[in-house]
Design a protein around this ligand. Structure first.
Ligand SMILES: C[S@@+](CC[C@H](N)C(=O)[O-])C[C@H]1O[C@@H](n2cnc3c(N)ncnc32)[C@H](O)[C@@H]1O
Length: 384
């Protein structure tokens, strides 16, 4: 989990209004949104289309009137017979879908799936992100989620869900997709909305430098959390949301990201090293990198060594400022998988010379990590 308070603390300590902040692993866009709300310039990358869509919607909030007009046009076209083409597509979907959604809800979702240009249009991306936010969750929360009982955070696997629904005699409720997302729209826009816009790209963190030539040597703070070592598979966890964005109607593995869940240590540290090096063209002299990660099955010593060497390889001359701080053993719940994890928190501060043409001011790389020694089985019921 990447709490807003964590991001805000570092933003206030290390940046001022107008500074540039960057996140190479955007996820649900926490760094991006918090930076924009505090009037910093913000940019982010993520390889997963769900993360791109959700972060993009936070970074570029369209005018309410434009979104309402788009929803009206879609709804009108749907009710004027435009839905006929998609209705027949229901029968080609795996059985999971007919148990996951009421048949009229599924037709509405199929319709929006075929019409929303979330890659190319800011308004459509915003509407798609609203649908993603309501696609699955607790069945009995009134007018909240479209699906039969599922967790809100991750999409449970089809066979698991089917068995669970059968065992508990659960059928999906009828939901009015258009109605729900208009309600969501007002809730979303009544919260604080950034007055400036951020930049988001869908792509590999290792190429971040090339995605944002306009940010060359401008970024003064990076706040990020890379995929944890051997913990989560985002592509699998988000399979139903990926389906809504046009991808496969079943979980897929390593077809979107090969870096979601590293299990080989050397490869993981090499990946991080390449990420640090890949974003270095964006960093200005004296830039600070805050990295928060977690790792399962690696002891403190190895975690410390691997992370340090990934930074040292990318930024030669890096040295450790203080001995790493290591907490007592603690227990916590993983936000996505629901696993109960037991481990220690560690915090390092490294000094390095990040590449800079003129000024050779020192930069700080601060890392905190949660070394996981024991974990429970993942969630056992879709409701969690
Ligand atoms: C720990 S999550 C980031 C969480 C984020 N800080 C938030 O606020 O939600 C890691 C993210 O890395 C993304 N990812 C995995 N491989 C990647 C790659 N090669 N390049 C960019 N993003 C990647 C995943 O899609 C996932 O969204």
């Amino acid at each position: 989990m990447f709490p807003e308070s964590f991001v805000r603390e570092y933003l206030s300590t290390y940046t001022s209004e107008g500074d540039h902040v960057f996140d190479p692993f955007s996820g649900r866009g926490t760094t991006l949104l918090e930076s924009l709300l505090l009037k910093r310039h913000a940019a982010a990358v993520d390889i997963n289309p769900v993360a791109f869509c959700v972060s993009g919607a936070k970074a570029q909030v369209p005018r309410l009137s434009l979104v309402l007009r788009r929803i009206n046009v879609l709804e009108h076209a749907f009710h004027s017979g435009d839905e006929r083409g998609v209705k027949s597509k229901q029968k080609y979907l795996p059985p999971f879908f007919r148990q996951a959604f009421y048949h009229t809800t599924l037709t509405e979702l199929l319709y929006l799936r075929s019409r929303l240009n979330w890659k190319g249009s800011t308004v459509d991306r915003f509407v798609a992100a609203l649908v993603l936010g309501s696609l699955h969750g607790e069945r009995d929360k009134p007018r909240q989620y479209f699906s039969n009982q599922m967790p809100r955070t991750i999409s449970t696997k089809p066979n698991y869900s089917l068995k669970y629904w059968r065992k508990h005699h659960l059928q999906p409720h009828k939901r009015d997709v258009f109605g729900i997302y208009v309600t969501k729209l007002f809730t979303r826009l009544s919260r604080e909305v950034p007055s400036t816009k951020g930049l988001v790209r869908m792509g590999d963190a290792r190429c971040a430098g090339s995605y944002f030539p306009e940010l060359s040597r401008k970024v003064s703070l990076v706040i990020t959390s890379p995929p944890y070592f051997n913990v989560t598979n985002y592509e699998e966890d988000q399979w139903l949301r990926l389906w809504f964005l046009g991808y496969q109607p079943h979980p897929t593995y390593r077809s979107i990201s090969k870096d979601d869940r590293h299990v080989r240590r050397e490869k993981y540290w090499k990946f991080l090293q390449e990420v640090w090096a890949g974003m270095s063209p964006l960093l200005k002299s004296g830039a600070i990198i805050i990295c928060r990660l977690g790792a399962k099955g690696i002891d403190q010593k190895e975690l410390s060594k691997g992370l340090r060497s990934s930074v040292e390889q990318a930024f030669p001359g890096t040295r450790l400022l203080k001995k790493p701080l290591v907490s007592k053993f603690v227990t916590r719940k993983h936000a996505l998988s629901g696993q109960v994890l037991r481990g220690v928190y560690m915090r390092w501060t490294l000094f390095s010379r990040l590449p800079s043409p003129r000024n050779r001011r020192q930069s700080k790389v601060m890392c905190c990590a949660f070394a996981i020694y024991r974990s429970s089985k993942a969630y056992s019921t879709p409701s969690r």
